[in-house]
Design a protein around this ligand. Structure first.
Ligand SMILES: Nc1ncnc2c1ncn2[C@@H]1O[C@H](COP(=O)(O)OP(=O)(O)OP(=O)(O)O)[C@@H](O)[C@H]1O
Ligand SMILES: [Mg+2]
Length: 371
């Protein structure tokens, strides 16, 4: 493994053979974030998701309503508290960062306090850090004398991971400091934000991104980075795998580019490899075993899928697609039973359940439904 990584660093076009290929992917990705420049000194390459993060709110794609409202707020003093919610990778963090940079310019670091899930955001921090920052008085001019909004901005990113107690502690602060501070609360699930906070904010829903827009963005990155593509299907495959999440799509493109190396063409097969798509023949083997009512064959196939390093989530996604598309073996009732079981297993996985057992569980439900 180490030898392969060493070889890969020297010649990124080298591909590893055999089963260890999949197991190495995550480690490879981590190691490759660090890149040596030609002089041999160590420097950190900027991940493409940061390099191509929109710099101005006009560069945010798809979220038209959000952008048009925010554009009006940009220069006025009438700036509400904001609550952004929606699926991952749809531009929530990028939007507020771009907006803050446009509003405050070189005062960004003095005027903006950004706290995300990796920071301690218990009740103590809300009481001390946020309150202290909110208390400071600010003026309406930048260092160069130009106008800027006379308030500060506190960004609470990934707020769904804040305790309800900490959210409750925010209520008073938000009201008391309304004259000098605005809040931008960002989350994936609005139901995890307590009602008194939600009702103090203007809410903006971020929608999952359309495939064409993601393809367009990926194409512009490919041009800027000289990524060679076998054909147009490559980008479509990436977008299909990323399910409306632009972050996932850009990260996948970057990983795939490192995988094939500079000057080599990126193919659809490379993308499937990077995304760890389980070959359809394996999924079909599971279905065959269920049709034959052979638990032994089923267990054997699941074991081989696990051994090759494929994830249970990927297995569930692909099996789910097959279930929805099937028109011959399963009626609607059976499909409903299976989808419910998959949802349950997905929840168990988030709580740390064993992948192998969950895959066996879902396959056993399929075996019963096909009896
Ligand atoms: N609407 C968009 N327009 C342009 N680029 C986008 C958009 N959404 C996401 N991106 C790209 O995806 C990356 C991740 O976006 P961002 O961090 O804003 O997502 P997010 O909505 O905050 O996701 P999360 O909920 O996981 O925090 C950015 O670097 C950006 O390049
Ligand atoms: Mg974010």
């Amino acid at each position: 493994m180490e030898k392969f990584l060493e070889k890969y660093r020297k010649n990124p076009s080298v591909k590893e053979k055999g089963d260890t290929q999949k197991a190495s992917r995550a480690q490879l990705d981590e190691k490759l974030v660090e890149k040596r420049d030609e002089s041999g000194s160590q420097q950190t390459a900027i991940p493409w998701i940061e390099k191509y993060r929109p710099k101005r709110i006009e560069d945010i794609v798809q979220q038209e309503e959000v952008v048009s409202v925010l554009r009006k707020c940009l220069h006025g003093r009438d700036f509400p508290n904001l609550l952004f919610y929606g699926p991952p990778g749809t531009g929530k963090t990028s939007t507020i960062l771009a907006l803050a940079k446009q509003m405050f310019g070189d005062l960004f670091h003095d005027r903006v306090l950004e706290l995300n899930a990796s920071d301690e955001r218990g009740i103590q921090v809300i009481r001390e850090k946020v309150k202290k920052f909110a208390h400071q008085i600010v003026g309406g001019k930048r260092k160069d004398g130009t106008q800027c909004p006379p308030f500060k901005l506190i960004i609470l990113d990934e707020a769904d991971s804040m305790t309800h107690q900490a959210q409750a502690a925010l209520r008073r602060t938000m009201e008391k400091e309304a004259a000098s501070t605005r809040f931008c609360i960002i989350c994936n699930y609005i139901s995890r934000i307590i009602e008194p906070i939600a009702s103090r904010c203007s809410k903006f829903r971020f929608k999952s991104l359309d495939s064409e827009l993601v393809v367009e963005k990926l194409r512009s990155i490919c041009q800027a980075e000289n990524v060679l593509l076998e054909d147009d299907l490559v980008l479509e495959e990436i977008v299909k795998m990323s399910e409306g999440d632009m972050r996932k799509a850009v990260t996948m493109l970057h990983t795939a580019f490192r995988w094939v190396g500079v000057g080599n063409e990126l193919t659809t097969a490379d993308v499937s490899e990077i995304a760890a798509v389980i070959p359809m023949t394996k999924i079909e083997k599971v279905i065959e075993a269920c049709k034959d009512q052979s638990y032994e064959k089923l267990e054997e196939t699941i074991t081989s899928i696990i051994k090759e390093g494929y994830s249970a989530i990927r297995f569930f996604n692909q099996l789910h697609d097959w279930i929805l598309e099937d028109t011959t073996l399963l009626n609607d009732n059976k499909k409903a039973v299976l989808c419910e079981a998959i949802a349950e297993a997905d929840y168990q996985l988030i709580n740390g359940a064993n992948e192998y057992l969950q895959m066996l569980y879902i396959s056993s439900v399929l075996l019963q439904q096909l009896s």
